[in-house]
Ligand binder design. Structure first.
Ligand SMILES: Nc1ncnc2c1ncn2[C@@H]1O[C@H](COP(=O)(O)OP(=O)(O)OP(=O)(O)O)[C@@H](O)[C@H]1O
Ligand SMILES: [Mg+2]
Length: 233
């Protein structure tokens, strides 16, 4: 449903993406892996239109997105949960969640908030707490919850496991899987290649702004090169 073809992006003279092509089919979890500076966040930013590519094509459900703005992408159901769990620290949990729904006009906002609380009961217990006083893991839950409030068809997650204790990472990954089961396609950026391949259908590995390897996650996991370089042997 979402497709990038031969995308090139620059920051000044830095050639950050050098011909990235990838697909996120309906209902799937796709992981986007690779080391620091490989271009993972830039790829998400191209999709959410925060970065304008110099070259290449971006289609959503067969329609060109090359000229869309970031807010049109949100309206189209392409929603990014940014790196470093950015929440509004001085606003409460509830206020942060409402911001996630700011472009919606339908009447299901309240029930969607309940849905977020069913995924993350800890947020419900802290609904009037200022987001800045939540633990790191709770802030990550809130960042994901806020993205869900935008009713994503495609959810772009940028390193949800970053800086979070292993137990909570497992919990968050379980919920990512549940969100996907309810029909949301997910593009998951991760440094934790092991966990990402565990839950995804297909994986792309970026190196220096291009796709160095791709394949079925199950198969890639047993690839010798992938094991050596990304899975610690
Ligand atoms: N705003 C920016 N201005 C200049 N260069 C940038 C900017 N954002 C990213 N870059 C450069 O683009 C390249 C790709 O960065 P990107 O953030 O996409 O990598 P990443 O794969 O997400 O890395 P990480 O795992 O560290 O988050 C890097 O060389 C980075 O220094
Ligand atoms: Mg990044």
């Amino acid at each position: 449903m979402l497709q990038l073809t031969n995308v090139h992006a620059y920051y000044g003279h830095v050639h950050a993406l050098r011909g990235v092509s990838l697909k996120v089919p309906e209902g799937k979890i796709i992981s986007l892996l690779g080391g620091n500076g490989a271009g993972k966040s830039t790829t998400l930013n191209v999709i959410s239109r925060l970065v304008q590519p110099k070259e290449g094509n971006f289609e959503l459900q067969g329609q060109s997105m090359n000229k869309k703005s970031a807010s049109e992408m949100v309206k189209n159901g392409v929603i990014q949960c940014p790196e470093n769990r950015r929440v509004f620290p001085l606003l409460t949990v509830e206020e942060n969640l409402k911001i996630g729904a700011f472009q919606r006009k339908d009447k299901n906002i309240k029930s969607d908030m309940e849905k977020v609380f069913s995924y993350f009961p800890r947020l419900k217990e802290r609904v009037q707490q200022k987001a800045g006083t939540l633990s790191g893991g709770e802030q990550q839950m809130l960042a994901i919850g806020r993205s869900l409030m935008g009713k994503p068809k495609v959810l772009l997650l940028d390193e949800p496991s970053l800086g979070i204790a292993p137990k909570l990472v497992r919990e968050i990954f379980k919920i990512i899987k549940e969100i996907n089961k309810e029909g949301t396609a997910i593009l998951l950026v991760e440094q934790n290649a092991h966990m990402a391949m565990e839950i995804s259908d297909y994986s792309y590995i970026l190196e220096n702004g291009h796709v160095a390897l791709e394949g079925d996650s199950k198969e890639l996991k047993t690839n010798d090169e992938v094991r050596k370089l990304y899975l610690g042997g």
